[in-house]
Design a protein around this ligand. Structure first.
Ligand code: PHE
Length: 339
């Protein structure tokens, strides 16, 4: 009998079940009213009195082992079933999803695009790696022209020259080559200049340049467009045009906006004058039109170009251009509410 008890004990220890039905069958086999334990206890009556104590203990032990095994298997199977069906409270509001924020350069770029698209400008884009023709020669900057030095260039290959575009005027050349006037387009994009990096200058920055070509386009049209833009962008429309030089426009001008002298910062950023330079512009040089197969006797046009970083620095009072590219999350987070 001792051997049978030990064998059954092994059977109990080795038993495992993957369904509750199996556990129940096991229970009936061991603890049921006609089960093994019932039989053993019946046989126990005939055990020799000297062995009764020991075998009685073994029997009790066997019954406890069976009961424990059944309970623990039941428990774990029932819990598993619960986990399978635990979808949680489906009506509970979700944890809010962390939204990122738009980069200030994108915010300002989109604002500029929005303002000009309201007066009929479309957006055009072009390659960042350019050839000499589109970045320089077609823009009235032939080889050895001294004005090429105005924009220090990163060259990729020499003869023929392949370079990183120094302005998005190159996109406008491409646009003129492919489209007939009337043309109204703005070209936002990244540009590259071989300049020392400082708080005010970077070797990579962004521009939006605009081009308008039609019959009878005059400097007065340019000025109206500039007034409209400054009013929409800055809420200020007092501007002045200072004569300047760009090879691709004639006459050329630099646009200053009257920022005012209300606060200490105003004094600082305008160097005490109240005026701030925001962009370059002018009437498209007839040579540029000719280079793009547009007849300068029939058509005229204006062009303008501005740096997005500069505009963003003015709008958000950002003191150092390098902050745009560091991607410090504490800086970027501040623009969350602006979009
Ligand atoms: N391309 C000029 C620059 O990058 C800006 C400009 C564009 C000036 C169009 C006049 C007309 O500095």
């Amino acid at each position: 009998m001792k051997i049978r008890i030990n064998d059954l004990l092994d059977e109990i220890n080795d038993f495992s079940a993957d369904t509750l039905e199996n556990v129940e069958a096991f229970r009936i086999k061991f603890l049921g009213s006609k089960g093994l334990l019932k039989q053993l206890f019946t046989e126990f009556k005939d055990v020799e009195p000297s062995l009764k104590k020991e075998i009685g203990q073994s029997l009790n032990n066997l019954r406890n082992s069976a009961t424990e095994k059944i309970n623990s298997l039941k428990n774990s199977l029932e819990n598993n079933i619960q986990v399978e069906h635990n979808y949680g409270d489906l009506t509970k509001p979700e944890e809010p999803i962390e939204l990122g924020s738009m980069h200030p350069i994108s915010i300002v770029k989109n604002q500029i695009i929005d303002i000009f698209s309201r007066i009929g400008f479309t957006v055009s884009e072009g390659p960042e790696i350019e050839d000499d023709w589109h970045n320089f020669t077609a823009l009235n900057l032939p080889e050895y022209h001294p004005a090429r030095d105005m924009q220090d260039t990163f060259f990729i290959e020499k003869d023929p020259d392949i370079l990183l575009r120094t302005h998005t005027s190159s996109v406008q050349v491409r646009y003129m080559e492919k489209n007939k006037p009337p043309i109204r387009t703005i070209s936002p994009g990244r540009v590259f200049r071989n300049e020392d990096i400082s708080a005010r200058a970077h070797c990579i920055f962004h521009q939006v340049e605009g081009l308008y070509i039609d019959t009878d386009v005059s400097f007065a049209d340019l000025k109206q467009a500039l007034l409209y833009f400054t009013k929409e962008m800055f809420g200020k429309s007092k501007i002045r045009l200072r004569p300047s030089y760009f090879p691709f426009t004639e006459p050329s001008a630099e646009v200053d906006i009257y920022w005012g002298l209300e606060t200490e910062t105003d004094y600082k950023i305008t160097k005490g004058t109240g005026w701030l330079e925001i962009m370059g512009c002018g009437m498209v040089d007839p040579n540029v039109l000719k280079n793009a197969n547009i007849d300068p006797d029939v058509y005229s046009g204006y062009a303008f170009g501005m740096g997005i970083e500069r505009i963003a620095m003015l709008l958000y009072q950002i003191p150092d251009i390098r902050m745009f590219y560091e991607n410090d999350i504490r800086f970027l987070k501040q623009f969350k509410s602006v979009i």
